[in-house]
Design a protein around this ligand. Sequence first.
Ligand SMILES: CC(=O)SCCNC(=O)CCNC(=O)[C@H](O)C(C)(C)COP(=O)(O)OP(=O)(O)OC[C@H]1O[C@@H](n2cnc3c(N)ncnc32)[C@H](O)[C@@H]1OP(=O)(O)O
Length: 208
Amino acid sequence: MAPQVVSSPFLKPFFLKMPLSVASSRRQRRHTLPASEFRNLTPQDAISVFEIEREAFISVSGECPLTLDEVLSFLGQCPELSMGWFEEGQLVAFIIGSGWDKEKLKQEALTTHVPDSPTVHIHVLSVHRHCRQQGKGSILLWRYLQYLRCLPGLRRALLVCEEFLVPFYQKAGFKEKGPSAITVAALTFTEMEYQLGGLAYARRNSGC
Ligand SMILES: CC(=O)SCCNC(=O)CCNC(=O)[C@H](O)C(C)(C)COP(=O)(O)OP(=O)(O)OC[C@H]1O[C@@H](n2cnc3c(N)ncnc32)[C@H](O)[C@@H]1OP(=O)(O)O
């Protein structure tokens, strides 16, 4: 997959290419929503985000990574660190991140955005239940990490996940940093780190 050319600091919507035959028949229809679109989220997307998140987490662990108020807060403070995947205008998967300035994530990172920091804390990646196990989570994560490479000043991404998801993030290029200091109710987590690069010449040649 070729890296997507995006401009910083905000992500302009971009669309997946479709076969010409499909594209031309779609062009004839008026008022058609894009088949597939990736863009930064806004506070207006918070309800759709929270619906997916609630289904994904509450039924499984009883806890959501972010409350609706926290979703609204992060999408208000740092929309450029989020990404949504929309199909026909419907949100099917999303990532919400915020800035962090310490070596490891701490409990306060769950509710904090530190502006102009070199680290992105990925709070949550979630895929709509009807769309899981189709590669969407991996594709969105890959696009998000490529996009982060183009944002100036960012050096790495951190997240915490439960043990069973460590292989999923390792496949995406994350390295295990060990047990996290963060706990939520009885849940414990592993901290994962992804180096975004940072060499100026690499950025110049990456299509950013
Ligand atoms: C920082 C965080 O947000 S951690 C929490 C992550 N989010 C969630 O747990 C919410 C509910 N789950 C989801 O939204 C999705 O299942 C995600 C984000 C975990 C994965 O996205 P998907 O689109 O389903 O995954 P995708 O199809 O790209 O990749 C499949 C791989 O994911 C891994 N995977 C996905 N779900 C699970 C799971 N519940 N347990 C173990 N592995 C899993 C497997 O390695 C699988 O590989 P396989 O097909 O070889 O078995």
